[in-house]
Design a protein around this ligand. Sequence first.
Ligand code: DX5
Ligand code: ZN
Length: 210
Amino acid sequence: MSNIIVAPSILAADFSKLGSEIKSVERAGADWIHVDVMDGHFVPNLTIGAPVVKSLRKNTKLILESHLMIDNPARYIEDFAKAGSDIITIHQEAVKNPKSVIRMIKALGVKVGISIKPKTKASKIYDLLDMVDLVLIMTVEPGFGGQAFMEDMMPKIKKIRKRFNGDIAVDGGINLQTAKKAKKAGANVLVAGTYVFGAKSIKKAIESLR
Ligand code: DX5
Ligand code: ZN
């Protein structure tokens, strides 16, 4: 068994039949469900909120990770925790005081992830590493699925891996080839939207990433 965690991103799913989409990735061996939350401010796109997480929670036992690409995430953390998120990931760039927001998430009994955009240096989160369960490295500019993987983010993953034993996720442009590069750099969680939901065989796509 590989210890690689595959986390399909529902951004690439068919929202008109989200329940069956989730069931199909669950049957195909997915480990987590990655939920992309966008506010039209922090990123130039709008997606979904806590009510969708609440519905998903009734539909799946998989770990639900809410990736909050929103300004002022503190305002919504309780909603996402109550909706049933197992992990709440915030962006370093979206908060003035990441430590206090991280503490808020933990106080709600939820695991916490910290994410950085491509232009943000790894060193910006070094002092947070002992407080978080997950580091999520963006390998595209957040906002949209289906973009090309930024291979120049691999040194960032290596720098974090030297200092951090927890989960390191890569998000954006993951497919069979790019997953290999991300794993080699030290990532163990692969978030994949287009590659998984756009595949002829979702099962084969998930297996190929491990
Ligand atoms: C982008 C999102 C990603 C996105 C990945 O802002 O954070 O999770 O869904 O999609 P693909 O795998 O298509 O690049
Ligand atoms: Zn994401």
